[in-house]
Design a protein around this ligand. Sequence first.
Ligand SMILES: [Zn+2]
Length: 313
Amino acid sequence: MERDYDLGLVEIGDGTFAWLQPDGSWGWSNAGLITGDGASLLVDTLFDLKLTADMLSGMAAVTANCPIGTLVNTHANGDHTFGNQLLGGAEIVATEACAEEFFDVPADALAAMIETDYGDPVVNGFLREAFDPFEFGGIVMTPPTRTFTDSLRLSVGGRTVELIEVGPAHTEGDLLAYVPDTKTVYTGDILFIYGTPIVWAGPFANWVAACDRIIELDVDTVVPGHGPVTDKQGAQMVKDYLEFVHREASVRHAAGMSAADAVYDINLGDFADWGDSERLVVNVQAVYAELEPASELPPIPELLLGMAHYARR
Ligand SMILES: [Zn+2]
């Protein structure tokens, strides 16, 4: 599996495309396009209006005779939804759980969070570096217009696209978009390839089950939410990471170590060279939250503080 990949549209199967944004770090997400007879389906928009508009014009030659009538949001995070308004008139399909949390972190709240002075130059610098490339002005939060639970079969100009609910995992409302005729699946942020997954929702067992679901599908081509196009091996890699973190954090929890200390005590080994390794801070907290009934993830600023310092260690 190649770690290096190019920006833009790539045809990964007959009438089946990915739009890729290296290097897959914070906010640099992928999208997908499935074209049928006279109609197309877009999987996810991007983090701001310019990036999404550039993508749509990059797809224009392909969609000229088969306009995008359906948009699927794999989950509610802004790097997969903030461009939704540019698909005027398209039906927007997502899980019911995705729709329920759609407005939890709107674009203006994210912009305000990035401009906040946390009184700590390490945190301020971490946020600016990650999010300065994006423009959050002008975004009108544009939610799903059609929701489902469990699964939903769509027809796109005669082709079948199966949506499979697998959350809560990365978020409360994750789904997979499976295209049987080209043995392709778009996984949203169930898969980060050569980047570190971040467990905002969990439980870990659900996310591991989602990886198994991908491995059980009849697919050869797997498009992750971030990172290069992969195959089932990519799902196995993410499953291995999640099981590793859950195991390592659980051992330290049982020994009475704090989550903050556990993060620095864990040796990431083969996973250390994945991008954004600071997400370990959130992931260890997520394990501790699972192991301590009635506890939750700490507030976002505290998690940012932890990640910023880990990233600068
Ligand atoms: Zn994402």
